[in-house]
Design a protein around this ligand. Structure first.
Ligand code: GLN
Length: 192
């Protein structure tokens, strides 16, 4: 299995390390031709406006949008989730707009800019998932066909799946728990 990790800006090295631990072939993606022949793609966290700008500069945006429409599985974490959303509440230039969710950037304000929480994620099994949030977005609306995978204690949605698209407001690549990445690989293989 060959998985690309968008390597424009942000926490791509940690995603590459997690995928290598799971024994798949990994391709850092910066150019449109590097998208060819991938079984899936991860869009990492970072600064969503910078990632979006670099994607446009590298001519990746339109190409990637087409690939997603034709079924490429994509996992977006944090800024990556913002890029996948159809609607971003607070100012954003141009998301890919492929996932039927509405997100709000920097949803936790200054006092809780970064925090960690143990989340119940039934899709990953019984053991709680330790989630790291860094200036995280939140999912404000989940539209038809989108499955909620995880919520905070206050009910706010922080992880979703829509077909072969997966998104989390937190950073599963910053812990040693590989279950979220494995879940993405299972989705690609048609086992979930
Ligand atoms: N605050 C960032 C943004 O809006 C996302 C933060 C992250 O990816 N850790 O793009």
């Amino acid at each position: 299995m060959k998985i690309g990790v968008l390597a424009a800006q942000g926490a791509f090295a940690e995603h590459i390390a997690a995928l290598l631990k799971l024994g798949v072939e990994v391709v850092p993606v910066r150019l449109p031709e590097e998208l060819k022949g991938l079984d899936g793609l991860i869009i990492p966290g970072g600064e969503s406006t910078s990632i979006a700008k670099l994607m446009t500069d590298y001519n990746l945006t339109a190409e990637l949008r087409d690939l997603v429409k034709s079924g490429l599985p994509v996992f977006g974490t944090c800024a990556g989730m913002i890029l996948l959303a159809k609607k971003v509440e607070n100012s954003f230039p141009e998301p890919l707009g492929v996932m039927d969710i509405t997100v709000r950037r920097n949803a936790f304000g200054r006092q809780r800019e970064s925090f960690e929480a143990d989340l119940s994620i039934p899709a990953l099994g019984k053991k709680p998932f330790h989630a790291v949030f860094i200036r995280a977005p939140v999912i404000e609306h989940v539209n038809n066909g989108v499955e909620t995978l995880a919520r905070l204690d206050d009910g706010r949605v922080v992880a979703v799946r829509e077909g072969k698209l997966l998104a989390s407001a937190f950073h599963p690549e910053l812990t040693d728990d590989l279950r979220f990445h494995r879940y993405f690989l299972d989705i690609i293989a048609g086992q979930k």
